[in-house]
Design a protein around this ligand. Structure first.
Ligand code: NAP
Ligand code: MG
Length: 490
């Protein structure tokens, strides 16, 4: 909110003093190998790729590139562990290992947060308050289920699927790894995980945690690389289940590759969530929620509230307050605790976002960006809104995956619903109103896996998450997240 004090800040009156998180306590090796069969092993290709800090464009480390032969080795290690110690272990003991992983992540939380911020560009505040605690919470939650599967699915026998191949994106690297690894292990599966090329470091740190926790060799294997490494996991005949989080485009490729095979799969894909503000909403609170919904993590969020629908009578007030609030947002050094918006994850992603800014203007939209300074080096995008756009515009229809919000208006409830549902996606949505009845009607009418009311971007390991339509297949989190890793028999 533009209070007199922070208004001064953006008028140049004063600025926050830098409050950088120290990196003295973290260890990033010069080079990382693949984690296969409980050991860190060299890639058979002999090749390594750079992972950079998108805030400085400097190299953080070199990471092994896994080819088909490495993936084959990882799948075989996972198969051996599945047929051996992991399936012979009592479920309660499996749970103990998963608890141990959760506790080590908590102990090393500061290190994980700083590395997540360095490798991916996200503000340290988010990495510290969201990514890392939620990752630990997922391991804690699923650890508790390991010996209670018969209560989760009464009257049915729950058997693991076998070897799970898991492929994750760059926006929440550790958290997405936790979403995938924790339920897979709790259900008795073994894992081959591939993090994204631009953010492999926290997954490799997780490999260290898994080694420290003493899991039997091969229960979790982590192979780094780009899309080809992911494709190699998908097509490997020794994999029983694929869990993928990423773009709808790659999701489609995977679905085609798996068609007709015996492999089970879950796909968590893109989104274009609608946030809907009714005139009776608490407007200041709603504006704060909109800001959180789209500018959080640079808009690199599948469930980002990237479309905003405002009831006509309050649109001027909402846009005025939103612009005021945008002016107070600090874009810059992700390691600074004052930073609201960090670096865009990669040069390619920045170019994609910038191309959408051009498209939006060419389509006739009015673009407004905050006036804050951004650092010279690194990849940055100021918080951006488009007004004067229509349903058919590409900035309204397509996932931009950046801090870019398209704003439209509506008059009636029905109009809000039909506009909100006019999208190929259906991952999430938000509604802002003073009236409980409107909330219930809205949550039943918006075709999305999650609908938040008078809040946004809230996550909990106990609640399922996943999409309708082109946003995916299956659910992760909660009991549903167990189901995705089990063969349930009568
Ligand atoms: P992406 O390009 O689809 O990549 C996702 C992962 O798949 C990466 O590890 C990627 O490797 C790998 N990959 C690329 N091509 C592949 C192929 N042909 N076969 C197998 N794996 C392949 O997505 P992204 O750009 O990283 O992430 C952004 C997308 O993720 C957005 O669309 C966002 O909405 C979605 N997302 C969805 C959820 C959800 O829960 N629904 C959560 C977070 C993100 P490399 O990156 O190393 O090339
Ligand atoms: Mg990186």
């Amino acid at each position: 909110m533009a209070t007199p004090e922070n208004k001064l800040a953006f008028e140049g009156g004063w600025e926050y003093s830098p409050a950088p998180e120290s990196t003295d306590h973290i260890k990033v090796a010069k080079k990382y190998e693949l984690f296969i069969g409980g050991d860190f092993v060299k890639p058979q290709s002999g090749k390594y790729f750079d992972t950079i800090n998108p805030a400085t464009e400097g190299r953080l480390s070199r990471v092994a590139l896994a080819n088909d032969a490495d993936v084959d080795k990882a799948v075989k290690a996972a198969r051996k562990a599945y047929g051996g110690p992991w399936s012979r272990m009592k479920p309660a003991d499996r749970g103990k290992y998963i608890y141990r992983i959760a506790r080590i992540i908590q102990e090393r939380a500061r290190e994980f947060a700083a590395i997540e911020s360095l490798d991916g560009g996200k503000p340290i505040r988010e990495a510290r308050d969201v990514d890392v605690p939620l990752a630990a919470a997922h391991f804690f939650y699923y650890a508790g289920w390991a010996d209670k599967l018969e209560y989760a699915f009464p009257g049915r026998s729950a058997k693991p699927m076998g070897v799970a191949g898991q492929i994750i994106p760059w926006n929440f690297p550790l958290l997405m790894a936790a979403w995938k690894v924790a339920p897979a292990l709790a259900c008795g599966n073994t894992v081959v995980l591939k993090p994204a090329e631009t953010t492999p470091l926290t997954a490799l740190k997780l490999a260290e945690v898994i080694a420290d926790a003493g899991l039997p060799d091969g229960v979790v294997n982590i192979v780094t690389g780009a899309g080809d490494t992911g494709a190699s996991i998908v097509s490997h005949p020794g994999v029983d289940k694929i869990a993928f989080t990423g773009s709808t485009e790659v999701g489609r490729i995977i679905q085609k590759a798996l068609a007709g095979s015996r492999k089970k799969y879950t796909l968590e894909l893109g989104g274009k969530a609608a946030n809907i503000i009714f005139a009776d909403a608490a407007i200041d609170q709603a504006v704060e929620g909109i800001v959180n919904g789209i500018f959080f993590n640079q808009g690199h969020v599948c469930c980002a509230g990237s479309r905003l629908f405002v009831q006509e009578s309050v649109v001027e007030e909402v846009i005025r307050k939103l612009r005021d609030r945008m002016e107070t947002l600090i874009v810059g050094d992700p390691l600074d605790k004052n930073t609201d918006i960090g670096a865009i994850n990669s040069k390619a992603q920045l170019e994609k976002i910038e191309s959408y800014l051009d498209i939006g203007r060419e389509e006739g939209g009015d673009m407004y960006q905050s006036s804050c300074a951004v650092p010279e080096k690194g990849y940055w995008c100021r918080p951006t809104i488009f007004t004067g756009v229509s349903q058919s515009n590409r900035v309204v229809q397509e996932e931009i995956f950046g801090p870019v919000l398209a704003i439209q208006t509506f008059r009636t409830f029905e109009e809000a619903i039909s506009k909100a549902n006019n999208t190929p996606y259906g991952l999430s949505g938000g509604v802002w109103t003073d009236k409980g009845a409107k909330i219930f009607r809205m949550t039943q009418s918006v075709r999305a896996g999650v609908v938040w009311a008078n809040t946004f971007n809230k996550f909990d390991p106990t609640s399922p998450f996943g999409g309708y339509k082109e946003s995916g297949v299956g659910r992760e989190g909660g009991l549903h997240g167990l189901d995705a890793y089990l063969r349930l028999e009568a």
